[in-house]
Design a protein around this ligand. Structure first.
Ligand code: PLP
Length: 446
C-alpha cells in the first residue's frame, strides 16, 4: 500500500541505506551523486519543479503500480533534496534523512513524530533559545509536556522518565555554556527504558557523530555550518536506523500502531522491504505531507555547495577558535572564557570523549566590566558581524541576554547559562591575525 502511493520512496529507501566507508572529506564531495541521470551534469542540478510529468497514462499507472520508480510532488520528495539528504545521512552514519525548511522545523518534526497530546519528552536545559520556546510554550500548548532537566548529571534523565516519555532531546555542543552533552550516558539510560535520544548536532558537524555514541536521531539546522555561507535557512533529520520501535511497544504508537491518517499503515511493518527507516519515513509522508515545511530545492543546492568544503572549514574554524580562546584567556579585561578546550574536569573529559578534530568554533567570554562593557565591545567591532547567527564563514558576535535569549525570563536565562555580561563569538575562517586584531581594538574600547 505504501509503495502504491509513494513509489519513489521505495527507491529512496533502498538507495538511502548507506554502507559507505569513505572518509568525511570524500563523502562531502561525492556522496550520493556521480552525475545527473538525465544530462550527465557533474554538479547536482537544481530540480526547481513542483510536480513531475507522467509520460502518459501508462507511465502514471506504472508509477502507481510500482512497475517503475519516479517522483510525484516536491512537497515530499525532490531529486536535489534527495542528494543532500543522502549525503548528510552518509556523513552521520545514518540510514536516511529528511530535509526540511529550517532547523526549527527539524526539531518540531523530530518531537511530533513520536509525541501526541498527553505524552512527554525529557530535554536538556542547555538548548538554543528558539528550541526552548518551541518546547516550553508551543508544544506545551499542544498538550505535549517538555520536562527540562540539567544535563550535568545524566541521572536527571532517568528520574524524569515515565511510561509516557517518548524521547530524550539535547544538543551536542550547546551555547552559551558550551558543556558537551553526555551522549552515551543518556543514551544508555534510554536503553533501559526503551527511550530514544535525539541530538541536535548543529554546532558540531564532522567533529561529533552522535549516532556513534548511542543517539537514535540527529537533527540539524543546516543554516549554520553545513551551509557555512550564511545564505539559506534549512534543517535536516537523520535516522540512525538503530532503534527498535517495534520492541518499544506502547511507547511508540505513532510508529508501530495503525496510522489513521494513512489508511491504517503501520510504519514499522511498511518499511520492512526498505530497511530501518520507519521514523524518517513517517516524518516525510505524514508530517511533511501535512505541515509542508519543505526545503526549497534551491536551498538544498546551496547546502550541497556548502557541504563540499565542510570538513575543511570545520578544521579552520576550530583552529581559529582555539587561538581566540587562548588570547581571551590572557586578556586583562576578561574575567572568564567559556570554551570546551579551556575546561577541566568532567566537562573537559566529555569534550574529549565526544569531539574529535577540535572543540568547535563557539567561544564565550565574560567582560570584567559587565553588561555595559559587553555592549561597548559589540559596538566597537569592525570586522566581526553583530548578528543572531552561528556557523558562518564570517566571524560573528552577539550579546545573548538582550537578543537570542531575551524572550526567556531572567531565571530561565540564568538556567541556560546566559549572564548579563556574557558575549558569544562564532569564530569564522578569516586569517587569525585579522580576527585577533579586531578583538583587540574592540576590547580596548570596552
Ligand atoms: N538548533 C540550534 C543549535 C540553533 O543554533 C538554531 C538556530 O540558531 C536552530 C536549531 C534553529 O535553526 P534555524 O534557524 O535553521 O531554524
Amino acid at each position: 500500500m505504501l509503495s502504491h502511493l509513494f513509489p519513489s520512496l521505495v527507491d529512496q529507501g533502498k538507495r538511502s541505506i548507506m554502507t559507505n566507508s569513505q572518509h568525511p572529506e570524500t563523502l562531502a564531495v561525492h556522496g550520493a551523486h556521480r552525475k545527473d541521470s538525465a544530462t550527465n551534469a557533474v554538479a547536482v542540478p537544481i530540480y526547481q519543479t513542483t510536480a513531475y510529468q507522467f509520460d502518459g497514462t501508462e507511465h502514471a499507472e506504472n508509477l502507481f503500480a510500482l512497475k517503475e520508480l519516479g517522483n510525484i510532488y516536491s512537497r515530499i520528495m525532490n531529486p536535489t533534496n534527495d542528494v543532500l539528504e543522502q549525503r548528510i545521512a552518509a556523513l552521520e552514519g545514518g540510514v536516511a534523512a529528511l530535509a526540511v525548511a529550517s532547523g526549527q522545523s527539524a526539531s518540531t518534526f523530530a518531537i511530533l513524530n513520536l509525541c501526541r497530546a498527553g505524552d512527554n519528552f525529557v530535554c536538556s536545559t542547555d538548548i538554543y533559545g528558539g528550541t526552548w520556546n518551541l518546547f516550553a510554550n508551543t508544544l506545551t500548548d499542544l498538550g505535549i509536556e517538555c520536562r527540562f532537566v540539567d544535563p550535568a548529571d545524566p541521572e536527571n534523565f532517568r528520574a524524569a522518565t515515565d511510561d509516557k516519555t517518548r524521547c530524550y532531546y539535547a544538543e551536542t555542543l550547546p551555547n552559551p555554556k558550551l558543556n558537551v552533552f553526555p551522549i552515551q550516558e543518556v543514551a544508555d539510560i534510554g536503553i533501559v527504558f526503551g527511550v530514544p535520544l535525539i541530538m541536535d548536532n548543529t554546532a558540531a558537524p564532522i567533529l561529533c557523530r552522535p549516532l556513534d555514541h548511542g543517539a537514535a536521531i540527529v537533527v540539524y539546522s543546516t543554516t549554520k555550518y553545513i551551509g557555512g555561507h550564511g545564505t539559506s535557512i534549512g534543517g535536516m533529520i537523520v535516522d540512525g536506523g538503530n532503534f527498535d520501535w517495534e520492541a518499544g511497544g506502547e511507547r511508540f504508537p505513532t510508529l508501530n500502531q495503525p496510522d489513521a491518517s494513512y489508511h491504517g499503515a503501520v510504519w514499522t511493518e511498511a518499511v520492512k522491504p526498505l530497511g530501518p527507516i520507519a521514523y524518517v519515513l513517517r516524518a516525510r509522508v505524514i508530517l511533511l505531507r501535512d505541515m509542508g515545511a519543505s526545503m526549497s530545492p534551491f536551498n538544498a543546492f546551496q547546502f550541497i555547495q556548502g557541504m563540499e568544503t565542510l570538513p575543511l572549514r570545520m578544521r579552520a574554524h576550530c583552529e581559529n577558535a582555539t587561538k581566540v580562546a587562548e588570547f581571551l584567556g590572557k586578556h586583562r579585561k576578561i574575567s572568564g572564557v567559556i570554551f570546551p578546550g579551556a575546561q577541566s574536569g568532567l566537562h573537559r573529559e566529555r569534550a574529549d570523549r565526544y569531539m574529535s578534530g577540535g572543540y568547535g568554533a563557539l567561544v564565550g567570554f565574560e567582560l570584567a566590566g559587565g553588561r555595559d562593557a559587553g555592549r561597548k565591545f559589540i559596538d566597537a567591532l569592525e570586522m566581526f558581524y553583530h548578528v543572531a547567527n552561528i556557523g558562518d564563514v564570517r566571524s560573528l558576535a552577539i550579546h545573548p541576554a538582550t537578543t537570542t535569549h531575551s524572550q526567556l525570563s531572567a531565571e530561565d536565562q540564568l538556567a541556560s547559562g546566559v549572564t548579563p555580561g556574557y558575549v558569544r563569538l562564532s569564530i569564522g575562517i578569516e586569517h587569525i591575525e585579522d580576527i585577533l586584531a579586531d578583538l583587540t581594538q574592540a576590547l580596548d574600547k570596552a
